[in-house]
Design a protein around this ligand. Structure first.
Ligand code: SF4
Length: 434
């Protein structure tokens, strides 16, 4: 009988990719994935340190596993960014944890081999060589895969812990990325999202991000190509031109701005001004492909005045993102901003956050409404959870659409007329173009 493992993952898509690599390698070595932790011989927690709330949740999970260890024996391993940041604290507070493996010492996983857990030695190789993961892990025939192409960050935004816990930027060799995409393509994957903390600063030998995209388009059959997260400072004119020329690059671009005030952008150590950002948006809007945009925005950074906040509101109105991930500043010990004075009171942070959420919801609705009546291509994802007589699909602009019908096969590309909106989901009807 094979040993069973259970992995729980917190945080970003990069963590999901690494968990996926560990999962795959363990399965290759005859480990079996447990459906729940209760039956696992090995439990791995892949942690996140980006927000205090993520860490609090993980401390809670460690308490849960400490109690579980009183009634049965299993091996508990903590990996990821919290393992990097708080290794000693974890060991001190939870001696029941067998190993804490920091991001910079993933090779240590290889040293975990012992008589009863010998297969763990293979995990390190898995992380180095296998990267992609499927967002819809439960689907039998996923059409979409995420592929990390670089890791780490050299930007040191003053609020962000990532450069300290993930280290300097390291890009993967382009030929390995192409090989991986072609393997996925042979298995039926037709859509790829390239991942990186700073994806468009990809650099390997003489290849930059635009070169890599050109190579992927010429050497693979991938139908839809996406990438995230882009840094505005690294978004080159060549990349804009590629988006204009290549229909296989999806017309939905995530471009985190963080703030609309130059004063705050400077304190955040973002290396662009609001004018630079507006200029980039103009270039993307000039692309004759009706580009849609999403972003990340933070309110309540230390010293944020009413005037700064109004500039952020102005930016939201001006750019008209289709989607935005909004949050308030959460100080992280170890970052530069941790030392900053002029904290914005918590209730004011919440008030400002609520205001931008409300603004963005209206804009999201208005922008999606503009698409009603259009005919779009979408990939079938499965049966709608709300109605088994409806099919759920995702459009090229990454919007969900449901339409009447019975599913014959996942991964089919269908042509849909967008008829109405139910919340942020489109209701559509299938059209035949012949
Ligand atoms: S670009 Fe800034 S926010 Fe993004 S990972 Fe790097 S330091 Fe963090």
């Amino acid at each position: 009988m094979s040993n069973k493992f259970f992995i729980e993952t917190y945080g970003c898509q990069m963590n999901t990719a690494e968990s996926s690599a560990v999962r795959k390698e363990l399965i290759n070595r005859n480990w079996e994935e447990a459906g729940e932790p209760d039956s696992a011989d090995l439990i791995i927690i892949n942690t996140c340190s980006v927000r205090a709330t993520a860490e609090e949740r993980i401390w809670g999970r460690l308490g849960f596993y400490k109690r579980m260890k009183k009634s049965r024996d299993f091996k508990l391993i903590v990996i990821g960014c919290m393992a990097e940041r708080l290794k000693d604290d974890i060991k001190k507070k939870f001696p029941v944890v067998n190993e804490v493996i920091s991001n910079f010492k993933k090779d240590d996983i290889a040293n975990l081999a012992d008589d009863d857990m010998s297969s763990i030695s293979a995990v390190k190789d898995g992380i180095d060589e296998t990267y992609h993961f499927f967002e819809n892990h439960d689907r039998l025939t996923p059409s979409h895969s995420m592929i990390p192409i670089m890791n780490g960050c050299d930007n040191f935004c003053t609020y962000c812990i990532v450069p300290y816990v993930r280290g300097h930027e390291i890009s993967r060799e382009s030929s390995d990325i192409i090989k991986e995409i072609n393997t996925l393509s042979e298995d039926g994957v037709s859509e790829i999202t390239l991942l990186g903390q700073n994806v468009n600063s990809y650099k390997y030998d003489s290849y930059d991000f635009s070169d890599l995209i050109r190579l992927i388009l010429s050497e693979t059959d991938i139908k839809w190509l996406r990438f995230t997260s882009s840094n505005p400072q690294d978004f080159s004119d060549r990349l804009v031109q590629l988006i204009a020329d290549e229909q296989r690059i999806c017309s939905f671009i995530h471009l985190p701005v963080q703030h609309g005030s130059d004063n705050i952008l400077k304190k955040m150590n973002r290396k662009y001004t609001s004018a630079d950002y507006y200029k980039l948006i103009e270039k993307l809007r000039a692309v004759p492909r009706n580009i849609s945009l999403s972003t990340d925005m933070m309110v309540g950074f230390p010293g944020e005045t009413d005037d700064d906040f109004n500039k952020l509101c102005e930016l939201i109105e001006r750019v008209r993102y289709e989607e935005a991930f909004t949050y308030y500043y959460n100080p992280r010990e170890g970052t530069k901003a941790w030392e900053f004075d002029n904290d914005v009171p918590h209730n004011l942070k919440i008030e400002r956050l609520n205001k931008i959420i409300e603004m963005q919801q209206k804009i999201t609705h208005q922008e999606k409404t503009k698409r009603l009546g259009t005919i779009v291509e979408a990939v079938v994802e499965g049966v709608s959870k709300k109605d088994s007589n409806e099919i759920l699909a995702r459009t090229e602009k990454n919007s969900m659409v449901v339409f009447p019908g019975k599913i014959t096969s996942e991964n089919d590309y269908v042509t849909i007329r967008l008829k109405e909106l139910r919340g942020n989901t489109f209701i559509g009807e299938k059209v035949c173009l012949n």
